[in-house]
Design a protein around this ligand. Structure first.
Ligand SMILES: NC(=O)c1ccc[n+]([C@@H]2O[C@H](COP(=O)([O-])OP(=O)(O)OC[C@H]3O[C@@H](n4cnc5c(N)ncnc54)[C@H](O)[C@@H]3O)[C@@H](O)[C@H]2O)c1
Length: 343
């Protein structure tokens, strides 16, 4: 079987993470990189592939089966559309696009070209996320009543050196909460409304420093979520899981799912239940279901190759990711208007 030929557009932080993941997957081969900035030369040289300054030339010259789009969020649209038009399938980083209009155009283009769009919500490739979904959706903790979560990390100061990272598209809502929103939708179900407030009191950039939101799920459960990229705490997905060696593991839980019969701590997967009647006079005990963490990025490349071969449908389709984007963008609208936004 010949290898799936993959091109990368955008060789920055996450582009390089995809390249590392590809190295672990035997049936894919990198055929070229597009990135206009000089630093990408070292990346293309180290992988022995040609570097192009723009996506159109890369697509013309290499004719890839699949393209990974890992450009800054506000530059997802053009390379994704060009890749689909060239006949390639696309794995685009999260969020699918910066706006719903762009997302709808991509969904239409995907349908018209018959090429798949897979969106890089990589957390869905961890077994623990599927375990949490099963625990919540099987009724093991009863009827889901409430979700309480947070993502609180202080990013290093030079993270904000590039001007694009000062803009709203690079703020923690669209960059980080989008992961949480996708996860909450996957585990707890669809979101029907959002109320929120945001603040930029620390850095004073266009992007927000913090957000607090109330989420209403279709199943009737309510969620409260707080996030900030300026608060130094052990409570957030990356520190909880240690998925990225750059962010030392705290092993603290970051999200709690509470039901009528018990509760789930996540992502450290502790299920709290009582013997006998589930009510406050009975002691609760925790069952620890945690296990080793897989390499979600390699799993994602394996899945992308199967999607390209026609063996699997995208696990996170453009429509699904657009729904996650809609719920995330509602945070800005709710914060700006001071009103609850119904989706
Ligand atoms: N899945 C995850 O966990 C995860 C983590 C980080 C970032 N991301 C997402 O990945 C995207 C990129 O983030 P990053 O942190 O890697 O950014 P980055 O700045 O490190 O890298 C972006 C790269 O894209 C290049 N670029 C810019 N415009 C381009 C264009 N028009 N064509 C080709 N290349 C272009 C830049 O030169 C740079 O090398 C964002 O959408 C972000 O939300 C996802």
């Amino acid at each position: 079987m010949s290898k799936i030929r993959i091109a990368l557009i955008g060789a920055g932080v996450i582009g390089n993470r995809h390249l590392a993941a590809m190295a672990d997957v035997s049936d894919v081969a990198l055929v070229g990189i597009a990135d206009p900035f000089p630093a990408a030369r070292a990346v293309s040289d180290s992988h022995g592939v040609p570097l192009f300054s723009d996506a159109a030339t890369l697509l013309d010259e290499t004719n890839p089966d699949g393209v990974i789009v890992a450009t800054p969020t506000e530059h997802h649209f053009q390379p994704t559309m060009q890749s689909l038009e060239s006949g390639a399938h696309v794995l685009v980083e999260k969020p699918i696009m910066a706006t719903m209009e762009e997302s709808e155009s991509v969904i239409t283009k995907s349908r018209d070209t018959g090429r798949h769009v897979l969106v890089g919500h990589h957390r869905r490739y961890y077994g623990l996320v599927d375990q949490a979904r099963e625990i919540v959706q099987s009724g093991r903790i009863g009827q889901l009543i409430a979700v309480s979560g947070q993502w609180n990390m202080r990013k290093h100061a030079d993270y904000y050196d590039p001007d694009w990272r000062k803009k709203w598209q690079a703020g923690p809502v669209l960059t980080n909460l989008i992961h949480e929103m996708d996860l909450l939708r996957y585990v707890a179900g669809d979101v029907v409304s959002i109320s929120a407030q945001t603040s930029n009191a620390v850095m004073g950039f266009e992007k927000e420093d913090a957000a607090a939101l109330v989420i209403q799920f279709r199943n009737g459960a309510l969620g409260a979520f707080v996030l900030s990229d300026q608060s130094h705490s052990p409570w957030g997905w990356e520190q909880a899981t240690g998925e990225n060696a750059a962010f030392p593991r705290s092993a603290q839980n970051a999200i709690r799912f509470m039901g009528t019969e018990g509760s789930l701590e996540f992502p450290n997967l502790k299920v709290w239940t009582s013997r006998g009647t589930s009510e406050w006079r009975n002691p609760l005990a925790a069952q620890d279901l945690s296990g080793p963490l897989e390499d979600a990025f390699s799993n994602q490349i394996v899945h992308f190759a199967k999607v390209i071969r026609g063996d699997e449908q995208p696990r996170i389709s453009a429509r699904d990711a657009a729904d996650t984007l809609r719920a995330t963008l509602a945070v800005y609208e709710a914060a700006k208007s001071g009103r609850r936004v119904t989706l």
